[in-house]
Design a protein around this ligand. Sequence first.
Ligand SMILES: [Zn+2]
Length: 118
Amino acid sequence: MSKNLEYFRNKLLTLKEEAEKRLQAIEHDIQHEDTPKDWEDRASETENDETLESLALLTERELEQINAALARIDEGSYFNCSECGAPIPEARLELLPYTTLCVQCAELLEKRQRGLAT
Ligand SMILES: [Zn+2]
């Protein structure tokens, strides 16, 4: 394994560990239905749980992307765009270690998404 690949692999593994810890903490916070509370408390708790749940979803999504990136490292396709196969600059991977797209494809995708949204 090349030195750079090893470097990004370690970076992703650190991110993965952080995301897993965050997810565990969030899930721990969601599961606290131990003590009976009055209605007002329960209402605000439900609201809080909804925020936590969307946060948990985001973190799960992040974990998926990290795992996909790790799989791409094992496959040897990590440094190539999943759309066009062009090399992804390392400076870009430094900022977004689990991106699968080169700058051009990411911009295209963004434009397409924006096009659908408006
Ligand atoms: Zn591309």
